[in-house]
Design a protein. Sequence first.
Length: 135
Amino acid sequence: ATIRVTNSNIDEKLSYKDKVPTVSINANIKADVLEYNCSADFVEEKIKIKELEKKTSSKVKKLMLKAVNKLYNEEKSDVLKYREKFNARKYKETKKYGYDKNDIIDKIKFDLKVNVKIKSTELSIKSIRKESKYE
């Protein structure tokens, strides 16, 4: 299936869990199914749509984790500005737990939750394949 994101809402919370700086991201994503390769009754089955939502949520979460791990663990880059955010929003806790403004990005952990909700299966591109003696 091909999925198009139509809207997303990201809720970001900064905290210290067991004295470890933690970024909790809750992503609620609305999407449409653009294309699929199966029988047409697929769009009528709520169970199949729920399965597709779960699989899509899992895939998006995996991609997000891969991106933040690459940035923060491998590249030691702070392009998302969490060093500044922790120092601005959690200054007292940052000092209390002994973090320097420069070393905090080495310790940041990410807690991601992704929820994809498919809103439409009214396809603009239909790619329903039926077995044919010509294929």
